[in-house]
Design a protein around this ligand. Sequence first.
Ligand SMILES: Nc1nc2c(ncn2[C@@H]2O[C@H](COP(=O)(O)OP(=O)(O)O)[C@@H](O)[C@H]2O)c(=O)[nH]1
Ligand SMILES: [Mg+2]
Length: 243
Amino acid sequence: MAKLANVSKDDMIIAVMGCTGCGKTNFIAKASGHGAQYVNANLRPQPPNLRTFTTTHPTTGRRVVFVDTPGFDDTTVSDAETLSLIADWLILLKKQGARVSGVLYLHPITNNRISYPARENIETFVRLCGTEAMPNVILVTTMWDEIADKTMANNREEELKRDFWDRMLRDGGAAKRFMNTSESAWDVLRELPETPVSLQMEYELEKGGNRVHKTSAHKHLNSSMSRWIHDVKSVLFKKNTLR
Ligand SMILES: Nc1nc2c(ncn2[C@@H]2O[C@H](COP(=O)(O)OP(=O)(O)O)[C@@H](O)[C@H]2O)c(=O)[nH]1
Ligand SMILES: [Mg+2]
């Protein structure tokens, strides 16, 4: 694991997650003023690593630690490896006596489809956080400054909330728009409650002797992967028999 900032229980710790290219590093750079060199305009993702960026909260003066995670569906690392990196970090966090104040899940509003892997990523994310932590989760749509057709984007946002994020929102999660500015980033973060939480994955790691494969998020990844392999196999089989 890359060198991560030491944290304490007094820090406001924000984990930023979502698929590759959804704007995680950019959000952190806009909020913290750090890490702009890691914002990636290329097609190939950055080497998979967790990175921390620290700053001071503009109103409370508290130390804020952002954790930038490799995107699910990254082409250079499997989702299981990404989950392991997150698990290792959660274990480290616990050792340092700290808890997460917020988990952001980013999604570009410019995406015109939710693919099968994207839907599965949402399911994995739900299992990583757990119902109890949902009030500390913010579903952030990015790229609003790129949108020309506001009506279409508004409809897309409504569809996300209604068909994909509904459970998380019902359990206390919030949905916010990021307008690609520092002010907007802090506006998003203002939604977070004062009290930090433990994520479902933390409880499960503790119970399962820190073994990531014992966690619900990992089990879900495995089952969705086997379902996907099964689907691909049946399509290939059909093709061969039709010849
Ligand atoms: N216009 C605009 N571009 C964005 C936004 N968020 C990210 N980007 C761009 O999208 C690309 C990928 O962003 P990055 O933060 O590296 O994505 P990550 O893989 O999730 O960390 C970069 O070229 C960013 O400048 C946004 O809200 N608006
Ligand atoms: Mg990044």
